[in-house]
Design a protein around this ligand. Sequence first.
Ligand code: 4AD
Ligand code: MG
Length: 479
Amino acid sequence: MKRTKIKSALSNKVIGQEICLKGWVRTRRGSKNVSFIALNDGSTINNIQVVAEGESFNEDVLKKITTGVAISVIGILVESKGGGQNVEVLAAAIEVLGEADADEYPLQPKKHSLDFLREKAHLRFRTNTFSAVFRLRHALTFAVHKFFNDKGFSNIHTPIITGADAEGAGEMFQITNLNLENIPKTDGKVDYTKDFFGSKTNLTVSGQLEAELAAMALGQVYTFGPTFRAENSNTSRHLSEFWMIEPEIAFADLDENMDLAEEFLKYCIQYCITNCADDLRFLDGRLENEEKNMKKEERSEMGLLEKLQFVIENDFVRLTYREAIDILRNSKPNKKKKFNYIIEGFGSDLQSEHERYLVEKKFKKPVIITDYPKGIKAFYMKQNEDGETVRAMDILFPQIGEIIGGSQREENLDKLVARMEEMEVDKDELWWYLETRKFGTCTHSGFGLGFERLIMFVTGMKNIRDVIPFPRTPQNADF
Ligand code: 4AD
Ligand code: MG
């Protein structure tokens, strides 16, 4: 008999039909004569209730049906007598496919902490919270591709192994197959000609530089791949391995870049609201529950669904870095020295406390900050006339902080080379990048969205480790 997915059994409600379900038991309760099994197969957050009644069910089989067990059920779909569900399955036969010894199985039918579940990352998919998060992660992946495909962008697969440090921050994981016990050296220096690729290589921190090359012919491209950063920041918003989406658009200036980014974020959020209502409703309730025990000032001002709707319906605030610094310098927390980093004036880098002040206290909306000082941004950004700032833009979200970083690119060869020299970026290594400015250069722009930060925002999860299946962070690469 062909298996019916629980999602389809619950929504199509073909009463009286015999169906076969397969899934994992969430709970079983009941008495000697009747058992109620909550069954889930991952197709939806909702469980279906399986009723096993009468003597046809061997007690030894029923005893094995505990949380986590995989079973197959054949039965009739009927209207439910109990509250809480519309339909249930009156079982005619149940087969245990895979046992899960209740004394050993780590997940019990009770609330587990997210910390505990992080240590059980191989099993946490089986909880309501994580199944919802990872269905949403999939929906967002699909929304990203759909958004760009519908606009005529081409998806480009940029290399994971590269010699370039696109961001110039030097936070790279080196790739080598040299024998670390016996490193070949010439004049005291490592001889990389003996290494696998014949040169020094690392895992990519960004696909942008390669995406720019493709944009100079295909017009509009985007990357969607893993990126790696060896920065030692153990925060709730940083991963050592994360996924990034980087569109790059020829002939677009910073304003068009910001318009695209805002439209893109709203599209992705709307896609989830339209297609993942059950999961979002569950996560909305979860967040409300989680925050019940928190102090009032620590709670979110809006529920999850309300917050998503709010972001879709409102224009993002756009202001320059100079304007942002003025607001921050005159803000209460700055004057009262409540910030850990006091804003003195032009040149200060914005810390997460400042970003949160602007987004959550001052504007209460997503904020786009443009025209940062060149000293705190990467070498490739277009230099403004003032000689001090560059055409950068960061999009800041409530609770998340920076979700997107982007810029208009410096398309003038001489200015780009001069900036690289100032910042000591190796021109010889990036000869191919410079050739785009030599041959058919043009205005172009792009940005990078941290995929996990978007998932945090949409799901309301507060730790980035809980929105990627197997997080990689300093001192941790388990699973
Ligand atoms: O601001 P970033 O470093 O920008 C770039 O990499 C550019 N090449 C993008 C471009 O213009 N094409 O990173 C972009 C985004 C950040 O805004 C943030 O959301 C995310 O990537 N991000 C991280 N997410 C998780 N863990 C980390 N360690 C992250 N570092 C950056
Ligand atoms: Mg950034």
